[in-house]
Design a protein around this ligand. Structure first.
Ligand code: SF4
Length: 110
């Protein structure tokens, strides 16, 4: 694996050369992700605005029912700089989830 590259959904375990570090949920023995074999570009729209909504929705469709979706989401949330649609979420959506979790945790601590 070479440095400076990012993990890409769709590249999956057959193409780990795409990745700096394989997401932990792609380890050997894990079920195949639903994005396995898909065009990774599907998961990387040029931006996350309305004009790309069809593409984003198509990527989300791949994530629906993926057996790795829960762990994929947690991994994506733990990696704030991650681009792309992961676990059916866009980077702006993951920022909102992180913010909301932080807020809820803050309320619990109070
Ligand atoms: S949830 Fe989506 S991005 Fe994550 S492994 Fe499954 S299909 Fe790929």
């Amino acid at each position: 694996m070479s440095a400076g590259q990012i993990a890409r959904p769709g590249a999956a375990s057959a193409s780990l050369s795409f990745m700096v570090a394989a997401p932990p949920f792609l380890r050997e023995g894990a079920p195949d992700p639903a994005c396995f074999g898909q065009d990774p570009n599907l998961f990387f729209p040029s931006d996350y605005g309305l004009r790309n909504w069809e593409q984003i929705d198509a990527a989300r469709d791949e994530c629906i029912g993926c057996p790795l979706q829960p762990v994929c989401l947690e991994w994506a949330l733990e990696n704030p700089g991650l681009d792309g649609v992961w676990a059916g979420t866009t980077p702006p959506e993951r920022r909102l989830i992180r913010r909301e979790r932080k807020r809820l945790m803050g309320n619990k601590a109070a």
